[in-house]
Write a protein that binds this ligand. Sequence first.
Ligand code: UFG
Length: 329
Amino acid sequence: MHVLVTGGAGYVGSVVSAHLLAAGHRVTVLDDLSTGHADAVAPGAALVPGSIADRAATDVAFGRSTIDAVVHCAAKSLVAESVRAPELYWSNNVGGSLALLEAMRKHGVGRIVFSSTAATYGEPESVPILESAPARPTNPYGSSKLAVDQMLASYANAYGFSAVSLRYFNVAGALIGDGLSLGERHATETHLIPIALQVAAGTRPALSVFGTAYPTPDGTCVRDYIHIIDLADAHLRALEWTARSEQAHLVCNLGSGSGNSVLEVVEAVRRVTGSPTPTVAHPNRSGDPAVLIASNGLAQEVLGWAPTRDLEQMVLDAWNFAQQPARSA
Ligand code: UFG
């Protein structure tokens, strides 16, 4: 199939593109390169530089040849920024997605896999979190992603779209090999594993541990980490699901089903890198739930998907990626 990957120059989109190409599919990337990198576009994918909100750009992307389905990763994704400047999230994530869905209608494409997030759930009542749990996001980033999930449900109902919202938990790791080196390159890095690896490499003095008195076994937050390659594989399976489903919207968590605390992640970083990786206790980061763990039973049942790479592998691959010659952030 020929897949249009929006945000295909970013972390998730680049690895999803490479995974689709390796499986023998054709890929066109639509990316405005605002946070992505042209050199991260998977070799073999065609790049259309432009925004999902720009009709001229989507006309080019959809018009080149028949697109069978869309993987929609293009988005703003910084929680703190979304609190400071919510208009960016309503405009890019919600307005941009609406423009993309309208472009899909115009070009007769009705299959889409969307990058949704665990942030749609907000503070969970219980874990593991089922897809049927209440969605009560606590920041505009999560709200904007939830709005698109709901948009997809309405397009499935009204226009026969076949759509999957994949709710990612904490994505980590990299894709390295076969001439590829794709990983996290955020100008503003907020994620735990890349930051801890910068400490291990000596480019940051210490890791700030945000909160040490949470109601968890070691007092630090617990998250559900998932390897980027397992995540990419789920996208391919979700695309296959859209081919056999009509007028349907599936919401599906992507997580391992188990959690690791911040201190456990730091221990994994120490083991992999051999560096002492110093930490300093910090106050809680505002809006951080104590524990986020996915139920992944639905992904197993409906997509036949299960993660195969553990935290150690994520840290090792992210470390190998970070050790490579400097690239632009
Ligand atoms: N953390 C630290 N120090 C740091 C960075 C993070 O202690 O320097 C902690 C955080 O407080 C949190 C854990 O490490 O407890 C993981 O933090 P990340 O920023 O790596 O990830 P989040 O769990 O905050 O965010 C992830 C996704 C978001 C999504 C969110 C849903 O990356 O896109 O889950 O809650 F919105």
